[in-house]
Design a protein. Structure first.
Length: 182
């Protein structure tokens, strides 16, 4: 009678769990980021320039005014420092943070924002498909309009967070939708 050795099966399961954990960690460390060398935080990372989403949204600015979604639509971008200076050439121009912003713009350098949310590199993710499905930014990023400092407000970048949201919204949740070789 042939069968599986229970010890071999246990070892195989344990090794599989270890390799999976290492893959998750490697994926998180190698996740697609914008900018690519920005640090990742699970809460509220220190930013190079203080920025209040609450204040800016209070001026009736929309997310898309600063965060565009270029092809292929997988990510939203951070605004160029020159974009910020369109208003800040005159608004609060003497504040130290705005002077730092002006230096980035003068040098045509991107602001090295620290990422708050990062999707692992081995997960296919597309902002555009979610926006086209009618999802609002707040569903994943929390009530940004109430945040002085942007912080992680949801578990959206975890598998459980994605699956829960997909189930709640009657969206496909088969493995191939996020883990295909796209």
């Amino acid at each position: 009678m042939t069968g599986t050795n229970p010890i071999s099966a246990a070892v195989a399961i344990a090794l599989g769990a270890v390799f999976f954990a290492l893959a998750v960690e490697a994926g998180e460390q190698g996740a697609n980021q914008n900018p690519p060398d920005a640090p990742v935080s699970k809460t509220s990372p220190e930013q190079p320039i203080p920025f209040s989403h609450k204040q800016h949204i209070g001026f009736d600015m929309k997310c898309s005014a600063c965060h565009s979604n270029p092809e292929p639509g997988d990510r939203m971008t951070f605004p160029l420092s020159e974009k910020c200076m369109e208003c800040h050439r005159t608004v609060a121009k003497d504040k130290p943070a705005i002077r730092r912003l002006a230096e980035f713009a003068k040098g045509k350098q991107p602001i090295p924002w620290a990422r708050v949310y990062v999707v692992s590199a081995w997960v296919f993710w597309n902002h555009r498909s979610h926006l086209e499905a009618g999802m609002k930014c707040e569903a994943c990023h929390g009530e940004v309009a109430k945040m002085e400092v942007l912080a992680m407000a949801t578990n959206v970048t975890t598998m459980a967070g994605c699956v829960d949201c997909h189930k709640k919204n009657n969206a496909s949740s088969g493995c191939q939708f996020c883990h295909s070789g796209r």
